[in-house]
Ligand binder design. Structure first.
Ligand code: SF4
Length: 405
């Protein structure tokens, strides 16, 4: 099946009713990732300020979860207190981390404070000590280490995400295969396509139309000659290797109507076999049902293990029906499979902002990763433009030499 918005459910998220609140607690980190959007300028935020931001989100965002991000949140000295504060406010705290500072002891304390789960970022462009020069397949050993550590604690969920570079695009199936083999303990995988702007070909202006040195931003490089990977390409390489995969929901671009900025989906399977995916109707029922019952939309599945009862939704969902047929066929052939646990694993694809010729950027429509900066909600991926230049920059191609004359 080719990617077509008509076959997908447009996630109903918006600025003021969005399952995710992106809380930045520090801009300090213990490694340096090539795809990072944040640089060290101010350090750890005080706990009181963080609490105010949580309450701000509660009022203006209606989140199901708070994504505690940074920098590296695990090195914030009051991480336990702030997890507890979010949980006391009846919002699920989730930590977005590189996991380098994660130990079984810290894990236990975080769980006791009310942590719901982790999103762990691991990829081969992170300059991790002891893991330099490793490819994505080799990094599965590190993913396994953290997946096992978290599974041993029980009751926490974990998603692994990675930035996809042109040089690592072909390695996506290696990560997918590892994820499938660990479907009993890995709740999701997310692939984020790398984007950057370049100072050799572009110039930037601030909101007052002054030219600025945008090379100061961590997400700007001198030059980049490769072609950026797109979400449809990530979709296709997964599909080519796992035909049972289908996304079910999407967010488009804020400017370009053909963009697929977020592709959300979930595969269904056991440790041995993937039977299929949930379709757009199941995604719609999950979003609407969660909102009806809990008052918030849903971004993270807290339970990976599901029974065959998931197939009861098949009459409304053709994609799920196909998964049910595959599962039944397998059970007829191998009746022992009736006893094998069925799991769901979410698969996310994110295409980061694309620069457009007129200077604006095609962002994620209804951006789920908005953070709070000086009392305003702004896209977290571009917050450093606010911190360094007071607002979003306009980035355009440099005029040709002859135009200077
Ligand atoms: S626009 Fe929002 S969702 Fe999209 S990459 Fe930026 S922060 Fe993430």
């Amino acid at each position: 099946m080719t990617l077509d918005k008509r076959n997908l459910y447009r996630l109903p998220w918006s600025m003021n009713d969005n399952p995710i609140a992106w809380l930045e607690v520090t801009d300090v980190c213990n490694i340096h990732c090539e795809g990072c959007y944040r640089q060290h300028m101010t350090g750890h935020k005080p706990l009181e300020q963080i609490k105010e931001e949580v309450l701000f989100f509660k009022r203006w965002r209606n989140p199901d979860n708070v994504s505690i991000a940074g920098g590296e949140p695990l090195i914030h000295p009051q991480i336990i207190d702030l997890v507890a504060f979010i949980a006391q406010n009846r919002i699920k705290p989730i930590i977005l981390t590189n996991a380098m500072a994660l130990t079984p002891e810290l894990l236990r304390e975080l769980k006791k404070a009310g942590l719901a789960g982790f999103t762990i970022h691991i990829d081969s462009h992170q300059n991790r000590p002891h893991w330099r020069g490793k490819n994505e397949a080799e990094l599965n050993e590190l993913r396994q280490h953290y997946a096992d550590m978290i599974a041993a604690e029980r009751g926490l969920y974990v998603i692994f995400n990675s930035t996809v570079y042109p040089s690592t695009f072909r390695e996506i199936p290696d990560v997918m295969r590892w994820g499938q083999a660990n479907i009993d303990r890995v709740h999701g995988l997310v692939f984020i396509t790398y984007r950057t702007a370049t100072t050799d070909t572009h110039v930037a202006h601030d909101v007052a139309d002054r030219q600025v040195d945008f090379g100061k931003l961590s997400y700007v490089v001198e030059s980049f000659d490769d072609k950026f990977v797109t979400s449809p390409e990530v979709y296709q390489i997964i599909k080519d290797n796992l035909p049972e995969y289908e996304p079910s929901g999407y967010l488009g671009g804020s400017i370009v109507h053909t963009s697929f900025k977020w592709l959300a989906g979930a595969i269904i399977g056991s440790k041995k076999k993937v039977y299929g995916s949930v379709g757009k109707k199941t995604m719609e029922m999950a979003q609407a049902g969660h909102h009806l019952i809990n008052g918030t939309y849903l971004a993270y599945l807290s339970q990976a293990k599901i029974g065959a009862q998931v197939f009861l939704l098949s009459p409304w969902d053709a994609t799920l029906r196909q998964a049910a047929r595959n599962w039944l066929r397998e059970v007829v052939r191998h009746p022992g499979q009736l006893l094998a646990s069925l799991h769901v694993q979410s698969i996310g694809i994110i295409q980061a902002p694309d620069l457009l010729p007129e200077g604006r950027a095609d962002m994620c429509d209804s951006c789920p990763d908005m953070t709070v900066y000086e009392g305003k909600l702004i896209n977290s991926c571009r917050m450093d433009e606010y911190r360094l230049f007071g607002g979003f920059l306009s980035v355009v191609e440099q005029p040709a030499e002859s135009e200077h004359a």
